[in-house]
Design a protein around this ligand. Structure first.
Ligand code: FE2
Length: 372
C-alpha cells in the first residue's frame, strides 16, 4: 500500500499532505509543488482511474492566511468548542490562572472546596462560563454559550481517560510566545508523526515511529508511540487546539491560540513533573527541544503557504488520518456556518430595511408626519 501510494505520488508529481507537502513547495527544501492536479503533458495518466483523486485532500492554502476565513472559523469552530485548561493540579488556592482563547479572556480559579473546586469566568463580562472536570482530573471550559454540553462534544472521552490518573504530577512551569504561523499549521504537524524522524532526532530515539498510531474519536484523537508503553508516549489532541502529552517522565499540555492575524499564533505551554530541580530541568530541556523543532518547521511551512504557489495537497491515507480527521471537521463546521450566514442574510434582505424608531418607539416615518 505504501509503495503504491509513493508511486502514485511520483507519477502525479505531488507531495504528501500536511506539513510535508507544504515544505516541499516553492521556497521549501526540495520543492516539487503540492497541488493535486493532473499535468497536461502526462499522456499515461487515466483521469477515470486516478488513485490520487481518491485520497483525502488538505484544506486550501488560502485558509491559512485569510482574515475573513478566521472570522468564520472563530464562530463556526472556536465559540462552539470545549478547551482543556489543565489537570486540577494546575489550580492552586489564591492563584487564578488567565487564558485567552480566540479573543475571549477567561480566568480559572480554585475555591476552598479542594482540588476539584475550580470555576471559570469570562473576564470581560464577569459572567461564569460552563466548565467540566473529568473523573481523571482534567478541567475543560467553554468560551461562549454557543458550545453544546461537554458530553455532546466529547461523548466517548471519559471512559478512555479514566485509565490514566492525570492528577499525580504537580504543575512546574508555564510559558507562552507567538509564532509566525496559522493555528492549523501547528495542528497539522501535531496530528501526524511522518515528520518526527527527520525533525525530532532526539525524540525518535526514545519513541521510534515504528509503532506510532493515531485513533480518531468524536472531537479528539489519541496518539500512542508504543502500544507496550501506553502511559508513556501518550498524546491527546482535543479539537480544535488543545493537547496533552505524557512522555519523557513528565506531562505537558499546550494550546494553539489564534490571534486576529491569521499568520500569527500564540503558543501556551504548561509543564508538569513529579520532581523539581535538576530532574525537572532535564525533562524540560528534552521536551522544549522537540517544541522548538516543531516551531521552526511551522514557520517554514507557513512561509510557503504565504507564497501563493501551493494550493492543495493530498494526505497519506495511512499516516495522516489525524490531519484528515480534524481538517474535515473544520471544513464541515465552516461550510455549515457559511450556509447559515447566507440564509440569515437572505432572510434579512427579504424582510427589507429595519424600521428606524425614535426613543419613544415610534417609526421615523411617523415622527416625520407628526412633526410636519
Ligand atoms: Fe513534531
Amino acid at each position: 500500500m505504501a509503495l503504491e501510494f509513493l508511486a502514485a505520488l511520483a507519477r502525479w508529481g505531488v507531495g504528501a499532505g500536511g506539513l510535508n507537502t507544504k515544505l516541499r513547495t516553492a521556497g521549501g527544501p526540495g520543492g516539487t509543488g503540492g497541488k493535486a492536479e493532473r499535468r497536461d503533458d502526462d499522456c499515461t495518466a487515466d483521469p477515470d482511474n486516478d488513485p490520487v483523486m481518491d485520497l483525502p485532500k488538505t484544506l486550501p492554502a488560502s485558509w491559512y492566511r485569510s482574515a475573513p476565513l478566521y472570522a468564520l472559523e472563530r464562530r463556526a469552530v472556536f465559540l462552539k468548542a470545549w478547551y482543556l485548561l489543565g489537570p486540577v493540579t494546575r489550580f492552586l488556592p489564591d492563584e487564578p490562572v488567565r487564558y485567552e482563547i480566540a479573543q475571549v479572556r477567561l480566568c480559572a480559579s480554585r475555591g476552598a472546596g479542594g482540588l476539584r473546586d475550580v470555576s471559570v469566568v469570562d473576564e470581560d463580562t464577569g459572567l461564569p462560563l460552563r466548565s467540566y472536570i473529568t473523573s481523571s482530573g482534567l478541567v475543560f471550559s467553554t468560551i461562549s454559550g454557543d458550545a453544546p454540553s461537554f458530553v455532546e462534544f466529547f461523548p466517548d472521552l471519559e471512559p478512555l481517560l479514566a485509565r490514566v490518573d492525570f492528577t499525580r504530577l504537580p504543575h512546574r512551569r508555564s510559558i507562552r510566545y507567538e509564532g509566525k504561523f496559522n493555528w492549523k499549521t501547528m495542528v497539522d504537524g501535531y496530528q501526524e508523526c511522518l515528520h518526527c524522524q527527520y525533525t525530532h532526532p532526539s525524540f525518535s530515539v526514545n519513541y521510534p515511529p515504528t509503532f506510532y498510531s493515531v485513533s480518531n474519536h468524536c472531537n479528539f484523537s489519541q496518539h500512542i508511540a508504543d502500544p507496550a508503553k501506553p502511559d508513556d508516549g501518550l498524546f491527546l489532541y482535543f479539537f480544535p487546539n488543545c493537547t496533552l502529552n505524557v512522555y519523557g517522565g513528565g506531562m505537558s499540555s499546550f494550546r494553539v491560540c489564534p490571534t486576529t492575524e491569521p499568520g500569527v499564533t500564540r503558543m501556551e505551554f504548561d509543564y508538569y513533573h513529579v520532581a523539581d530541580g535538576a530532574e525537572f530541568e532535564s525533562y524540560f530541556a528534552f521536551v522544549r527541544q522537540v517544541a522548538q523543532e516543531d516551531f521552526e518547521l511551522c514557520e517554514k511551512a507557513q512561509a510557503n503557504l504565504e507564497q501563493g504557489v501551493y494550493v492543495e495537497g493530498v494526505l497519506n491515507p495511512d499516516k495522516e488520518t489525524g490531519v484528515a480527521f480534524y481538517q474535515q471537521q473544520v471544513l464541515k463546521l465552516v461550510v455549515a456556518q457559511h450556509e447559515a450566514d447566507k440564509q440569515r442574510a437572505g432572510l434579512m434582505r427579504e424582510a427589507g430595511p429595519m424600521p428606524v424608531r425614535d426613543g419613544a418607539g415610534r417609526h421615523a416615518l411617523c415622527v416625520q408626519k407628526a412633526t410636519a
